[in-house]
Design a binder for this molecule. Structure first.
Ligand code: SF4
Length: 311
């Protein structure tokens, strides 16, 4: 069976093995962010609909579960805004009934969080990753190009209310674009809002691939470090796959990252290259060294050679 609405699974450092579910078709979203890696939004809407039917997703999940090992997480993300699907709550409830051991994560652009029904649907998730890139209206419009009727103040209020009610984890994601949302003033305002939301973690991200607008560029690691310093909170993590300008200790860090990742679940060399944004040749050298040191072992399986830690 070829899947239309589920993808992966992919290994992730924070989530373990994560199976993706895409509840909207390309490209339905309430925003049209300049940095969007899925391309331009073709259906800019706030209208909730069954863009992908519950039955279609259920059929694919049932098939996946029957033929594969359960993933650690099922993550709602993909080529648009998952909360726009009116059956989001139904799908999460179905997963929780059928596979209570699988955790559920939802990546959302936060535009519908001021709707009590959506907050109620998300209550069943274990982790919600809401985005908030700007606090001021002008920057929000420039960066996120919202559907009309969306106000950044309502988004902030929606996240704050959701955070008060939600018992799971909240990791707030901020996408940094140099020269747009990284001014001292905007970051100061963002810091106040972050404090009021009190998430478990704040993830700083930036462009990985080209966005929809040509005159934007990714933040460098130094620029992200500056943002982190200005926000000055323990919960800030840089998750962007940018090349570090200071490479001291990178090999040691990469070895730890490899061991941490495969300790949770064995991975192929290609999985590790993808999830850790590593150089393929360096990964080969590192895996060979770890094998020689007796810290990992390689086993041939159907999808390729899998590396696991030796206990
Ligand atoms: S919210 Fe996400 S999917 Fe929608 S336009 Fe922005 S980056 Fe793309």
């Amino acid at each position: 069976m070829s899947y239309q609405h589920i993808f992966g699974p992919v290994p992730s450092r924070r989530l373990g093995i994560s199976l993706g579910v895409d509840l909207v078709t390309h490209k339905i979203c309430s925003l049209d962010c300049v940095y969007c890696e899925c391309g331009k939004t073709t259906n800019l809407t706030l209208q909730r609909r069954a863009y992908v039917s519950f039955e279609a997703v259920k059929k694919e999940l049932d098939h996946y579960w029957k033929h594969n090992e359960d993933p650690d997480y099922i993550t709602f993300s993909g080529s648009g805004e998952p909360t726009l699907n009116q059956d989001l709550g139904r799908v999460i409830a179905y997963i929780k009934t059928q596979r209570p051991g699988i955790r559920v994560a939802v990546l959302t652009n936060s535009t519908l969080l001021n709707d009590p029904l959506i907050r109620q649907e998300l209550a069943l998730a274990d982790l919600v990753v809401p985005s908030l890139d700007a606090v001021s209206k002008a920057i929000f419009i420039k960066l996120n190009r919202p559907c009309k009727d969306i106000l950044v103040g309502d988004i902030i209020q929606g996240i704050q209310t959701f955070a008060r009610q939600f018992t799971g984890k909240i990791w707030l994601e901020i996408f940094i674009l140099p020269g747009i949302n990284d001014t001292q003033e905007e970051l100061g305002a963002l810091k106040e809002v972050i404090s009021s939301i009190d998430p478990e973690m704040v993830q700083l991200n930036t462009l990985d691939r080209p966005g929809t607008v040509s005159d934007i560029r990714p933040a460098t690691m130094d620029e992200l470090e500056r943002v982190k310093e200005i926000l000055n909170m323990d919960i800030i993590q840089i998750i962007a796959r940018v090349t570090a300008t200071k490479n001291t200790g990178r090999n040691r860090d990469m070895a730890s990252a490899v061991l941490e990742t495969i300790h949770r679940r064995p991975c192929t060399r290609d999985d590790l290259v993808a999830v850790l944004n590593a150089d393929p040749a360096q990964m080969d050298t590192l895996l060979a060294a770890l094998e020689t040191q007796g810290r990992v072992e390689a086993r041939q399986q159907a999808r390729g050679v899998f590396y696991r830690t030796i206990k």
